[in-house]
Design a protein around this ligand. Structure first.
Ligand code: NPG
Length: 383
């Protein structure tokens, strides 16, 4: 059923400060809080829509970063959508943004807000709109590199953290690795939790295919029973991924490399990966994310939903997307408590290793007005 047309009347950028419950260290840096950028849209009837921008503060994960996203939204993307008559919905918004390059997280946030608005106007949940049959998705947890008081990577702390998450019932564990914190971490986890632990590693591009020492470590990791190794090399190095994927028994999963549907099919068809991590922000929006899913499914390539430490606003969309049938692996769709003492929305809860898919009208649950007001650091109206 098509979504009803709306009359996009008002767009606002809202910045919200959200401390993380524990620092999150990856091969590209440490995050202790999220400076969240939200896109808020309203139609002529006063119906609201919200979208979350999945960026980091600095351009260290990919080229996007939060201040850059706010700028491109304010100066380019939102004016393009508000100009030339009223935008009527997601398809209209996508058509008006078609001439703009890059800035995937920013355009994804704007598109998500318009999805949310249209779904609210229709009184329909995103999961219902997408025809999602299941009522919950299996949840994995992504664990950063823990450091001891001197700042050194700490395997014992990692084992303790993972033990806590397993007690909470998370179904699979993804650990961040980097040169110098890889084999010992995986061996420590295997020693503590055995070979049944569903374990995967994420390098966030930290290894060089041109460095024999890096390749030697990755070759050793290949015999530790991992579910997958995620993005060992740089985003552009599809050929290097394909060369090593052909030798390893561990499936290669790509994240940073997969920027849209054609990159996904190129990577899969060229043997660069056997699994795809889908992130809505990285591919430039929910419509594109669904297309990546569809193309991978047509090739029998399993996908899972990645995370960017989203609040409930981004998480709701992720969890509904992860209900599609090609999402056959647990995603980084953890409960709110893994990230925040209190979420912006009603919290997402972990039950028996799963998170329930929202079925209330909209793309995600709305922000709580009191918490939103208390934690907002900036609002810019773009009318
Ligand atoms: O559970 O939302 C989550 C975090 C999952 O590890 C995760 N995200 O590289 O996939 C990643 C990583 C990330 C986090 C990347 C924050 C960028 C920012």
């Amino acid at each position: 059923m098509p979504l009803p047309a709306v009359a996009l009347d008002h767009v606002e950028l809202v910045r919200v400060a959200m401390p993380l419950v524990r620092p999150f260290r990856t091969s590209f840096g440490t995050q202790t809080a999220r400076d969240v950028l939200l896109v808020h849209v309203r139609d002529a009837d006063g119906t609201d829509g919200w979208g979350e921008c999945a960026t980091t503060a600095a351009p260290v994960y990919d080229a996007d970063f939060t201040d850059g996203a706010a700028l491109v939204l304010a100066d380019h993307l939102v004016p393009a959508v508000l100009a030339a008559g009223t935008a009527r919905g997601v398809d209209d918004v996508r058509a008006r943004l078609a001439g703009y390059r890059g800035h995937h997280a920013a355009r994804a946030a704007l598109e998500a807000a318009v999805w949310d608005l249209q779904l609210r106007a229709a009184g329909r949940s995103l999961a219902d709109h997408l025809g999602v049959a299941r009522d919950r998705v299996p949840a994995g947890v992504s664990v950063g590199i823990p450091t001891d008081p001197d700042g050194a990577a700490d395997v014992d702390a990692l084992v303790a953290q993972v033990g806590g998450y397993l007690e909470e019932s998370y179904l699979r564990v993804k650990v961040k690795i980097e040169p110098g914190f890889d084999l010992a971490a995986v061996r420590g986890l295997r020693a503590a939790f055995g070979s049944d632990l569903r374990l995967q590693v994420d390098a966030n591009t930290a290894y060089s295919p041109d460095d024999p020492a890096h390749i030697a470590v990755l070759d050793e990791l290949d015999s530790t029973g991992l579910e997958m190794i995620e993005q060992p090399f740089g985003a552009d190095r599809l050929r290097s991924h394909a060369e090593h994927a052909a030798r390893w028994r561990t499936p290669v999963c790509l994240d940073e490399s997969i920027t849209d549907r054609s990159r996904a099919t190129d990577a899969v068809d060229d043997g660069a990966c056997a699994i795809v991590n889908i992130k809505i922000g990285r591919v430039g929006g929910l419509t594109e994310a669904i297309a990546v899913h569809d193309r991978c499914r047509a090739r029998s390539v399993p996908v899972w939903c990645g995370g960017m430490l989203e609040t409930g606003i981004g998480r709701g969309v992720n969890v509904a997307l992860a209900g599609l049938p090609g999402f056959t692996l647990p995603g980084d769709t953890s409960a709110s408590s893994r990230y925040f003492a209190e979420d912006l929305t009603e919290p997402f809860l972990l039950e028996d290793g799963h998170v329930a898919i929202p079925r209330t009208a909209g793309a995600s649950p709305p922000p709580d007005p009191g918490r939103l007001a208390a934690w907002t650091t900036d609002r810019t109206s773009l009318r």
